[in-house]
Design a protein around this ligand. Structure first.
Ligand SMILES: Cc1ncc(COP(=O)(O)O)c(C=O)c1O
Length: 355
């Protein structure tokens, strides 16, 4: 299906703004811009609405009545799937890595406010197994839970549309292929030549879409993916395959090569979604300098990566750089992250800012 023929329903508010970060540009001696996909308009915003534009259209074309997806308990993608379902009169189910936390915080509160059904998969019995056993038992559990949830909805006369984790299917990734075109148009209007656009690298639809879109639209910038989780070789291979699949599915005819993908994995912090003091330093610095709120799981890491890469001269100062703000702000108010911030910003043990 050619990209031009793939239909979508706009679930967010576009174009999202691009603006210069004046204080940070002065501080680091390089032109730093930001693209505000945290301002996509609904349920605290974020990147996933662009993917859901295409996924929702596909779901409705298949007469589906339930959007069923996956994620960790603080999935931003789950929250925005719930938002789309609420607005377009569908049901939303989110299958989450479990067990269910005792208290709903952050995204979980918002999911419930928007009426999503949450299903937790208790994986505690095999969490300490070797990574191979864990992976295969996890796959089995996902399949079993999905079958149960789908048959539950069937009994209610509903039809389920399955959305993979992060909305990162070739259909979903189309959202960031077209976002690259949007960025190109905006930069032309602003008369700016952009060299690098930094984004999170998770389930890969965002980076992959931008990588393809930047080439397809000849947008002139190189996307840089900052990994938000440690990934093994096999996982990286799967991610590149998704980019290749998207290229084929959308008939983009782009030359896809792992050699020209710029992906850095040195800024993950402790681990995926584990509170990390260095990432928080960068979040605090962005808040103090520019009044832009980043999140602890994705955009804080991307911002850190961008600044440290400038400082290491991996990016030279005569280049223009842009941070893609992909949202995720409710994660600040999830239990682990909020507790860590309480310890640093409140009471008598407040930290001294280093950056
Ligand atoms: C706020 C935020 N930023 C970035 C990402 C990474 O995007 P992707 O999964 O498309 O790689 C996610 C994914 O969950 C996210 O929620």
């Amino acid at each position: 299906m050619k990209l031009e023929n793939l239909k979508k329903i706009e679930t967010g508010m576009y174009k999202t703004p691009i603006h210069k970060l004046e204080n940070l540009s002065k501080k680091y001696g390089i032109n730093i811009y930001i693209k505000r996909d945290d301002m996509t308009g609904y349920a605290c915003g974020g990147n996933k609405l662009r993917k859901l534009d295409y996924l929702l259209k596909d779901a409705l074309d298949h007469d589906c009545t339930v959007l069923l997806t996956y994620g960790g308990p603080q999935t931003n993608h789950g929250r925005l799937t719930a938002a789309v379902a609420a607005r377009f009169g569908l049901k939303c189910g989110i299958i989450m890595d479990g067990p269910a936390p005792e208290k709903a915080t952050g995204n979980l509160i918002l999911d419930k406010m928007m009426g999503a059904d949450l299903f937790f998969m208790d994986d505690t019995s095999f969490r300490n197994e070797s990574s191979e056993v864990r992976k295969s038992k996890y796959k089995e559990l996902v399949k079993k839970t999905t079958d149960e949830v789908v048959s539950m909805y069937k009994k209610q006369n509903e039809k389920v549309y399955l959305i993979p984790i992060g909305g990162s299917s070739p259909v979903g990734a189309a959202g960031y292929v077209t976002a690259a075109g949007e960025i190109k148009d905006q930069l032309e209007e602003m008369n700016i030549k952009m060299d690098y656009v930094f984004t999170g690298f998770g389930s890969v639809g965002t980076y992959g879409g931008l990588y393809l879109g930047a080439k397809y639209f000849d947008a002139g910038f190189t996307p840089v993916g900052i990994s938000v989780a440690h990934k093994d070789k096999e996982e990286m291979q799967e991610k590149v395959e998704l980019i290749e699949e998207t290229n084929k599915f959308l008939e983009l005819g782009v030359n896809v090569s792992a050699d020209d993908m710029w992906i850095e994995d040195g800024y993950v912090g402790i681990s995926y979604n584990v509170p990390d003091p260095v990432t928080r330093e960068y979040m605090y610095m962005m808040a103090r300098e520019e009044a832009i709120i980043l999140d602890p799981c994705y955009t804080g890491k991307v911002f850190r990566g961008m600044i440290e890469m400038i400082q290491k001269r991996l990016i030279s100062k005569d280049k223009n750089v842009m941070l893609l703000h992909t949202g995720g702000i409710p994660g600040i108010f999830s239990e682990g992250h909020e507790n860590a911030m309480q310890g640093e910003l409140w009471g008598n043990k407040q930290v001294e800012f280093k950056l």
